[in-house]
Design a protein around this ligand. Structure first.
Ligand code: AVI
Length: 319
């Protein structure tokens, strides 16, 4: 088997224009907001990797612990799959535990961050010469389909990290039903879901003492300046993350420290002092609450794993 990665360019919409259009639309709303998918340029992806190593950010190490402990059991339940698809593959570290236990024939990593995707899939191809490695550069939150030539096989989708929490529950349900329709019948989904818990633990995870989450949030404004040529005084914004109990979610915002105006492509967006730009929701579920959501999307829950402190859960769903 060659160690080359087969690259599939599915980024048909063109990042630049859709990013610009969404920024202009989001800043024009009465309650300004932007999609968290725009965090992940090269710098944002690197900052996210650093967040995952912060002591307060329990999600990554807890999910890795669950996967390490349950990998053989997961492989036995999931069965011998010919294709493992990772959604939002990022640094592709957790998937190594699954690859080693499941030994699928093919791996497909899908990510919105092109360079990061290429780096991580090249590393997988080098480390697992028995594996056929595919990389698809795509925004799977918008459109989801397997690249030609690898559709129609038995598939397990791996969606780690509680990225499903970055959708609202309604969006998560719609996304899971799209995923179910995009994969061949009998396919499964292995999905990491962060659990609702004491607000202090949650808030600490999104306000790390080293300020990495703050830099990740502010990088969105820097990216808008870098890529879209906007004029923004980034230092006049600050990071804010808090647990909104009624919606069971962490909300991240960028708060304007003063009255100011952002200039972009002839548009002017005025901020009052303390006005916010809402940049992310990170929804937290109970196990039963997530299972009910998955059922509404047409999935059945086949198995759930949790850590001893019930911080995080990993679900196996199939249709
Ligand atoms: C990728 N996603 C699941 C992370 C989360 O926890 O919602 C993104 C993140 N935002 C701030 N810290 C991490």
């Amino acid at each position: 088997m060659s160690t080359a990665v087969r690259f599939h360019d599915q980024h048909v919409e063109g990042t630049g224009s859709s990013f610009r259009d969404e920024v202009i639309a989001g800043l024009g709303l009465p309650r300004k907001r932007l999609s968290p998918k725009y965090f992940y340029d090269r710098r944002g992806s690197r900052l996210f990797e650093t967040i995952c190593r912060q002591p307060e950010y329990y999600l990554t190490r807890t999910e890795e612990g669950i996967l390490a402990e349950a990998a053989e059991e997961i492989a036995a339940i999931v069965g011998p799959e010919s294709l493992l698809v990772e959604l939002g593959s990022g640094a592709s570290r957790k998937v190594r535990l699954l690859l080693e236990a499941m030994r699928p024939r093919r791996y497909l990593g899908i990510d919105i961050s092109r360079d990061f995707l290429l780096e991580s899939t090249r590393r997988l191809a080098a480390d697992y010469p028995w594996l056929e490695v595919h990389a698809a550069w795509a925004d799977f939150s918008r459109r989801l389909h397997l690249p030609p030539g690898i559709e129609g096989r038995r598939v397990v989708a791996f969606f780690p990290g509680s990225s499903i929490g970055n959708f609202t529950p309604a969006e998560a349900e719609a996304f899971l039903s799209r995923l179910r329709r995009a994969l061949p019948p009998g396919s499964g989904v292995l999905i990491g879901v962060d659990l609702v818990k004491d607000a202090r633990i949650l808030e600490a995870a999104y306000n790390d003492a080293a300020g990495v989450t703050a830099a990740f949030n502010l990088n969105l404004l820097e990216r808008i300046c870098r890529e879209l040529g906007a004029t923004i005084e980034v230092a006049d914004f600050r990071h804010r993350a808090f647990f909104a109990a009624p919606a069971s979610r962490i909300e991240m915002h960028l708060v304007s420290r003063c009255r100011q105006t952002i200039l972009l492509d002839g548009h002017r967006f005025a901020f009052d002092r303390d006005e916010t730009l809402h940049t992310e929701n990170s929804c937290k579920y109970s196990v039963a609450g997530f299972q009910a959501l998955a059922e509404r999307a047409g999935y059945r829950s086949r198995a759930v794993w949790q850590d001893a402190e019930a911080l995080f859960s990993v679900h196996y769903l199939s249709s």
